[in-house]
Ligand binder design. Structure first.
Ligand SMILES: [Zn+2]
Length: 378
C-alpha cells in the first residue's frame, strides 16, 4: 500500500463495503470492519479500544493528541448496515463497484462513506494531531437496531478516559454534505389492552381487548402536541404503525396492542409526553417504552456551528432532519458539546435497493472534515 492509498476515502469506502456488516434480527458482524479501522489508525499513532457488546459486534474508540486544557474534536459513524431488502439488486451490494460516478453497495450512503472520509482525513493529519488537542473517533456497531453499540460504548468505564474532554461532535450520517444542526428525537411505545378470552359464539362470557384498544387508538389519529412549530425542526409527529391482537376468528381476543412512533423536537420532554398519552388513553391501556432517543439540537448561532457552516456551505443556514442518530446517545454522555450532522451520503439513498454514494461527495466530505480539524487545532 503506498502512502496516497492510505488517505484515499473512496478506496477505504470500497474496502468497508466489501465487508458484510448487515445488522438483522439481533445479529451483526461489525468486528472485521472495526478491527480493520483500528489497524489503520493505530499504525498512525491513535490509541485504540475495541468494545464488543455481542459476538462479532465490535465498536471502536480511537484517540490521538495531547491532553491539554483544550478539548478534543470527535467524529462518529456506524459501520453496521440494514439488510438488503426483498427486491433484487442490480449491483453487487458487497462489491464496492463504481459506475457513472456512483459507488454502489449496502452502506455506501448510510454510512461507510462518511466513516471512510473522517478516518482518512484524520490519518492524513495525524502528525499535526499528535501535537494538539487531537481528535476522537467513535465508530459504532449496532446503530441501525436502536443505537445499542453507542449505548454500550458510553457505559464502559474503561472507555471513559478516551471519551473525556470532547468539545464538539461531527456525526457523519448522510446529509449530501450539508451541515445540519438538529435531528428529531424518537419515542417508540407499545400500547396494550388485556381482556378475557371466550368462544366467539358466546362473546358475553369474555372481555374483548380489541374493543378496549380501538377507541384509544382512534384518539391518536388527530393528536396535537399543542406546540408551535420549532423554528429549525418543525412540528413533532406521531404515527401508529403496527397493530396486533386476537387469537382467531372465533375467539374473543384477550390481548391487543399497537405501536406509537413519536418524533420529538428540542424542548419536548419524553417523560411528559408519556404521562400525557397515558392520561389520554386511559387506565385500560398499558404503555411500554420501546425506544427513547432524545432530540439533538445545537443553536445555529453557536460559534463553532457557524464556522462549520462557513467551511462547508458558506452563506447557507444549517438544516435539520427527522431521522435519529447515535448523537442522541453520545452527545449527552459527552457533556452536550455542539454537534453537527454532516456526511457525504445521500439521505434518500439510505436503506434503499441499489444504495449508492456519489464518488465526488466522498472526497468533498474528506476535505470538509480536514478543514474542520485544521480549524479546531488552531
Ligand atoms: Zn445511519
Amino acid at each position: 500500500m503506498n502512502a496516497d492509498a492510505r488517505y484515499d476515502p473512496v478506496a477505504l469506502t470500497q474496502t468497508l463495503l466489501r465487508m458484510n456488516t448487515v445488522n438483522q434480527d439481533g445479529r451483526g458482524n461489525e468486528e472485521a470492519c472495526s478491527r480493520h479501522l483500528a489497524e489503520l489508525v493505530s499504525a498512525a499513532g491513535f490509541e485504540c479500544r475495541l468494545a464488543d457488546f455481542g459476538e462479532r459486534r465490535t465498536s471502536l474508540v480511537a484517540r490521538i493528541g495531547r491532553r491539554t486544557a483544550r478539548p478534543a474534536l470527535a467524529f462518529t459513524g456506524h459501520v453496521d448496515t440494514v439488510p438488503l431488502g426483498a427486491s433484487p439488486w442490480s449491483r453487487d451490494p458487497f462489491g464496492g463497484e463504481i459506475a457513472d460516478g456512483r459507488l454502489y453497495g449496502r452502506g455506501a450512503s448510510d454510512m461507510k462513506s462518511g466513516v471512510a472520509a473522517f478516518v482518512t482525513a484524520a490519518l492524513e493529519l495525524a502528525a499535526m494531531l499528535r501535537e494538539g488537542p487531537g481528535v476522537v473517533l467513535i465508530i459504532t456497531a449496532g446503530e441501525e437496531s436502536g443505537c445499542e453499540g453507542a449505548l454500550h460504548v458510553v457505559r464502559q468505564p474503561e472507555l471513559l478516559p478516551l471519551l473525556d474532554g470532547i468539545g464538539a461532535l461531527v456525526v457523519a450520517e448522510p446529509t449530501g454534505n450539508r451541515p445540519l444542526a438538529a435531528h428529531k428525537g424518537a419515542l417508540w411505545l407499545r400500547a396494550a389492552a388485556k381482556g378475557v378470552t371466550a368462544h366467539g359464539s358466546m362473546p358475553e362470557r369474555g372481555d374483548n381487548a380489541i374493543y378496549k384498544l380501538a377507541p384509544a387508538l382512534l384518539q391518536l389519529r388527530d393528536y396535537d402536541f399543542g406546540l408551535p412549530p420549532h423554528p429549525l425542526m418543525g412540528k413533532p409527529t406521531l404515527n401508529v404503525g403496527l397493530i396486533a391482537g386476537g387469537l382467531n376468528i372465533n375467539s374473543v381476543p384477550d390481548a391487543a396492542s399497537f405501536t406509537i412512533d413519536i418524533r420529538s423536537v428540542a424542548g419536548q420532554d419524553h417523560a411528559a409526553i408519556l404521562n400525557e398519552l397515558a392520561a389520554l388513553l386511559g387506565p385500560e391501556i398499558a404503555l411500554e417504552t420501546l425506544i427513547d432517543m432524545a432530540s439533538v439540537h445545537t443553536d445555529p448561532r453557536d460559534p463553532w456551528m457557524r464556522r462549520v457552516t462557513e467551511l462547508a456551505t458558506p452563506g447557507e443556514e444549517p438544516g435539520s432532519v427527522a431521522y435519529f442518530t447515535d448523537a442522541a446517545i453520545l452527545r449527552p454522555a459527552l457533556g452536550n458539546p455542539p454537534t453537527v450532522i454532516l456526511g457525504p451520503g445521500e439521505a434518500h439513498m439510505a436503506h434503499q435497493t441499489d444504495e449508492y454514494c456519489l464518488v465526488e461527495r466522498i472526497a468533498q466530505a474528506k476535505e470538509f472534515y480536514r478543514r474542520i480539524i485544521v480549524d479546531w487545532m488552531r
